[in-house]
Design a protein around this ligand. Structure first.
Ligand SMILES: Cc1cc2nc3c(=O)[nH]c(=O)nc-3n(C[C@H](O)[C@H](O)[C@H](O)COP(=O)(O)OP(=O)(O)OC[C@H]3O[C@@H](n4cnc5c(N)ncnc54)[C@H](O)[C@@H]3O)c2cc1C
Length: 451
């Protein structure tokens, strides 16, 4: 244990957005922080790949949305405003290859949207306005505020009460499933309602250099143990011992006063399995064990400009799990082999749930060849012959599923959090980088308030 003169020593397990946000707060409270991270860099799911031949370099293109308050504050504090690149929020919804635009912040676009009847469009607009009126309570990032709305209804139950089945499948479902991949039948109505309340009129940006820059800045001053996979967390007489496997399989063991577990929930559940109930309560343990995730597979291509709409989110509508659920297109300058700039479109393609599961972990060539076949299902004129395979990113723990009742359970777990072991991650809330960082701040506050 730390004596009166020693600084409190904290282990943060997981260097994603949540863990690094916790690290920042803990460093500010005067603690010594060691971050253990399996990967060879920080940022977790928000971490980009980088390809030097592409400009602007924004990797996997995680979106920063103007209503992310903590992120806005950090971007200002770190002087990164000039690194923000504005992108359009234009969504195109596909009905079996017939694709029409639907801009999320334009009532006019909604009123001219041809996939559903006028009655549904008007009902959807009114329902959106009703959620906007509850915006303060229907918080997208604070489960404590949102929990009272989590009455066990799914997004699909709720949506089909607002508009017809077809209205739901072509207005709300694609705007959720296109971006998070989980099925609306499996998630709480809170996620859908909070999205409607918050999205209208917001600006979308990507950060040059990738979102992980924020994680890296937040962790400055900590002792970073990259390429260290934590395998056990145990109580012993002197504190909490964290055991990890370092580069080349070297075992590392170190004892701490406090621990923040900021890995995906199923990994967190395994890591703390040996801790007694007085340290990790029953509710927390059951909550961690029961979280499920939709994996994500992002497959990108370079195509000629003008062959697809630029800065578009082309999303599959309809009730079924589509072969391909989303395509996002970004104009980019690519340096060819002789260093000459060539104007291209970088297209990110995301397969549907079944195809993602099938293709995850398969060889890269197979992933490209299988996904290439699917491209015309979303955009029949996709220039398949001229598409140049570019990059693949796999996220086995892609999106934690906010099941009906999950926001209420989150709150009970948050109330149970206590030193010396606390938890952080986007699985407490609607999964976004902002929510992940706020969960890290909350976890750190539990430790720092206690002493
Ligand atoms: C394809 C995709 C697109 C997305 N797009 C957006 C977007 O546009 N905008 C947005 O706001 N959000 C987006 N998100 C969501 C966002 O990425 C996540 O909500 C957020 O990054 C989660 O952060 P986290 O810290 O909770 O978890 P993670 O990022 O998963 O961090 C956990 C960390 O723990 C590490 N770890 C795991 N096990 C161990 C171990 N045993 N020992 C040590 N370290 C370990 C992992 O390597 C990881 O770095 C997207 C997610 C995906 C998958």
């Amino acid at each position: 244990m730390t004596s009166r003169t020693q600084r409190t020593k904290v282990a943060v397990i997981g260097g994603g957005m949540a863990g690094c946000a916790a690290t920042r707060q803990l460093l500010r409270s005067g603690r010594d922080v060691v971050v253990f991270e399996t990967a060879d860099g920080l940022g977790g799911r928000a971490r980009s790949w980088h390809r030097p031949e592409i400009e602007p370099d924004v990797g996997i293109n995680l979106m920063y949305v103007s209503f992310y308050k903590l992120m806005t504050q950090l971007i200002k504090e770190y002087g990164l405003e000039d690194e923000l690149i504005r992108i359009s929020s234009n969504v195109w919804i596909s009905d079996h290859g017939k694709t029409v635009p639907l801009s999320s912040d334009s009532p006019l676009s909604l009123l001219t949207y041809r996939h559903v009847k006028l009655r549904d469009r008007v009902a959807f607009l009114l329902s959106t306005l009703a959620q906007v009126a509850r915006k303060k309570k229907l918080d997208l990032f604070d489960p404590v505020k949102a929990a009272p709305f989590d009455d066990g209804a799914s997004a699909a139950d709720w949506g089909c009460r607002q508009v017809s089945r077809r209205g739901f499948d072509f207005l709300l479902r694609p705007q959720i499933e296109g971006f998070w991949n989980f099925a609306c039948e499996e998630i709480s109505a809170v996620h859908a309602r909070a999205l409607l309340a918050w999205m209208g009129g917001s600006g979308f940006y990507v950060l040059r250099g990738g979102m992980e820059i924020l994680a890296e800045k937040n962790a400055e001053g900590a002792d970073l143990k990259l390429s260290h996979e934590v395998t056990a967390v145990q109580l012993d007489g002197d504190g909490i011992t964290v055991t990890a496997v370092g580069p080349g399989g070297t075992p590392v063991s170190e004892t701490f006063d406090e621990v923040v577990v900021a890995t995906p929930a199923p990994i967190a559940a395994k890591l703390v399995a040996a801790l007694p109930t007085r340290t990790v309560g029953e509710e927390t343990r059951r909550f961690l064990e029961s979280q499920r995730y939709e994996p994500a597979l992002s497959v990108s291509y370079l195509v000629d400009r003008g062959t697809l709409p630029a800065e578009a989110h082309i999303v599959a509508g309809g009730p079924e799990d589509p072969p391909l659920r989303n395509m996002i297109t970004y104009p980019r300058t690519v340096r060819d082999a002789s260093g000459r700039p060539v104007e291209k479109l970088l297209v990110f393609a995301y397969p549907g749930r079944a195809n993602t599961r099938r293709l995850l972990g398969r060889p890269t060539e197979e992933q490209f060849s299988e996904v290439t076949k699917l491209l015309p299902s979303l955009w029949p004129d996709f220039p398949v012959a001229g598409a140049e395979p570019f990059q693949i990113a796999e996220r086995p723990y892609g999106f934690p599923i906010p099941a009906p009742g999950r926001y209420r359970r989150s709150v009970r777990v948050l109330q149970e959090l206590r030193p010396p072991v606390v938890f952080a991650g986007d699985y407490f809330n609607s999964p976004t980088t902002e929510a992940a960082m706020l969960s890290g701040v909350r976890a750190a506050a539990v430790l720092t308030k206690a002493g």
